[in-house]
Design a protein around this ligand. Structure first.
Ligand code: ZN
Length: 151
């Protein structure tokens, strides 16, 4: 417990994203657009987790996310939670919530879909959450959790 507190309090202001499956760390970085972030970002991966086996954690200084931004990561890290840090203290905790519609994050699994051939933003309706199933707005084919590819 003490160890965890120490990790979380390492940034003065910002966001700590915890409980990311270790294998999905870089996908989360991509979805949140952190590749272009100019703030200090630190992450740890392959940390022990009772819930996930191996987990990853990301700390982003001076950056706070809107709920709809963090909800995007629910696609690949449904157990993730966020700690909002102000003055080295956790002032708020947030859970990710999978939205009903997913726009522009996932590739349609159907190779013949228009979104794979033209400049069309993908759009899906979440038809099932467990297991995750996304129905394409254009071709109506299902992309399931085993075939989710982040674009
Ligand atoms: Zn499609």
């Amino acid at each position: 417990m003490e160890k965890k507190e120490l990790k979380v309090s390492a940034i003065q202001e910002g966001t700590v994203i915890d409980h990311i499956p270790a294998k999905d760390l870089f996908k989360v970085i991509k979805i949140l657009g952190l590749e272009d972030c100019k703030e200090q970002i630190t992450f740890g991966t392959n940390l022990e987790s009772k819930k996930l086996g191996k987990k990853a954690i990301i700390k982003i200084a001076n950056r706070f996310f809107r709920q709809e931004e963090i909800n995007k990561i629910a696609l690949i890290a449904p157990e993730a939670n966020l700690n909002i840090i102000k003055d080295y203290k956790v002032v708020e905790k947030k859970k990710v919530v999978l939205p009903d519609e997913i726009t522009g994050i996932v590739r349609c699994y159907n190779p013949n879909c228009i979104t794979n051939h033209e400049q069309v933003t993908t759009r899906f309706t979440v038809v099932s959450r467990k297991p995750l199933q996304l129905k394409c707005h254009y071709c109506e084919k299902i992309t399931d959790e085993n075939h989710i590819e982040i674009i």
